[in-house]
Design a protein around this ligand. Structure first.
Ligand code: NAP
Length: 320
């Protein structure tokens, strides 16, 4: 079978499509025929050698795929060959024609959800769900600012927030991104590059501020985020690409909380709970991953350039 292999850390071009032997599922393992692969920013950090938990070389990147169970090992009970699934992590990497998973890493994909959408579930929706409900403990009626609503996590957070009865303010850097945020359910849409967008948030909330901020670029925004937090507000740092200066005094009158979020920090119970919630949302149609671009698996390097260098518009998907 074909798979992307990385033999040295470096630029996107270190990823090459190669012929590798097909994995065979052992006890408790599931082999998935991959129909679509989800590309996430973290895979670029790992490939560049800039990530603390780097895998040993050589490796096949990726954790997220939509596909069909090809074979199961002894003892597997929850899925059978032919089942449509999405993956949440894999043992052998998802940038491949087939990927080996633990039974706990495959989840049912309802028939109305395409394989490309299935490939867009795991990292973005787990991050959005964990940030909103397991870290910020958002409750219906609260106001959430999705600071970066045009990408994978932002679209997921907008759909999850809307379905849970939150008022969603979403931001994006382009007209197409703002249209996407509105289509995904954001009640209000703003441009995060417009200097006055935070003032507009105060107007939209009648000067109360927002209860929760999901922050995709904390190194740019965290200092100013604190100015638009309501009393008891929570900022969840999802993405950050450098340091930032904040005025801690802003947290005092609001009794504000700044929370980190790490999807790999979820306990087994929390992971089970969030995938149960995502499965319900996919089945009832409230969660629909937005596929922005599809590229052939052989163009993984182009996908890594695009996810870091172009403006976001839903998910970038690779097709084996
Ligand atoms: P993505 O699809 O590339 O989207 C990036 C988002 O950031 C877009 O909405 C983009 O908007 C927005 N953005 C760009 N400049 C911004 C600014 N100045 N202010 C606010 N938002 C801005 O990436 P993703 O998959 O959604 O992931 C988002 C971030 O979360 C990444 O840094 C990723 O590494 C991180 N992440 C962390 C975890 C974790 O466990 N902590 C899990 C998943 C993802 P425009 O392009 O429209 O400007």
């Amino acid at each position: 079978m074909k798979a992307i292999r990385v033999h040295e850390f470096g630029e996107p071009e270190v990823m090459r499509l190669e012929e590798v032997s097909e994995p065979r599922p052992g006890a408790g393992q599931v082999l998935v025929q991959v129909h679509a692969v989800g590309v996430n920013p973290v895979e670029t950090y790992i490939r560049a050698g800039a990530y603390a938990a780097a895998p040993p070389l050589p490796y096949t990147p990726g954790t997220d795929a939509g596909g069909v169970v090809a074979a199961v090992g002894p003892g597997v009970k929850r899925v059978a060959p032919g089942d449509r699934v999405y993956t949440s992590y894999t043992l052998s990497g998802s940038y491949a024609e087939k990927t080996l998973c633990l039974e706990s890493q495959v989840h049912p994909l309802p028939p109305q959800v395409s394989f490309a959408q299935g490939a867009g579930v795991n990292v973005p929706y787990a991050a959005a769900y964990r940030a909103l409900f397991q870290r910020a403990k958002a409750t219906p009626g609260e106001v959430v600012l999705v600071h970066g609503a045009s990408g994978g996590v932002g679209v997921a957070a907008t759909q999850l927030g809307r379905a849970a009865g939150l008022t969603v303010i979403g931001t994006a850097g382009t007209d197409s991104g703002r249209r996407l945020a509105a289509e995904q359910g954001a009640h209000h849409v703003l441009d995060h590059y417009a200097p006055e967008h935070l003032q507009k948030i105060m107007e939209l909330t009648e000067n109360r501020g927002v209860d929760v901020i999901l922050e995709m670029l904390a190194n740019v925004n965290l200092g100013r985020d604190l100015e638009v937090l309501a009393s008891g507000g929570r900022v969840v740092v999802i993405g950050s690409r450098g340091p930032v200066t904040i005025d801690p005094r802003l947290t005092i009158p609001r009794e504000a909380n700044i929370l980190g979020m790490y999807i790999w920090g979820a306990t087994d119970k929390e992971a089970m709970s969030l995938h149960a919630a995502l499965g319900a949302g996919l089945a009832n149609g409230t969660l629909k991953p937005a596929v922005g671009r599809e590229l052939p698996l052989a163009e993984a390097a182009r996908a890594h350039h695009e996810i870091m260098e172009t403006k976001a518009f839903g998910k970038i998907i690779l097709i084996p």
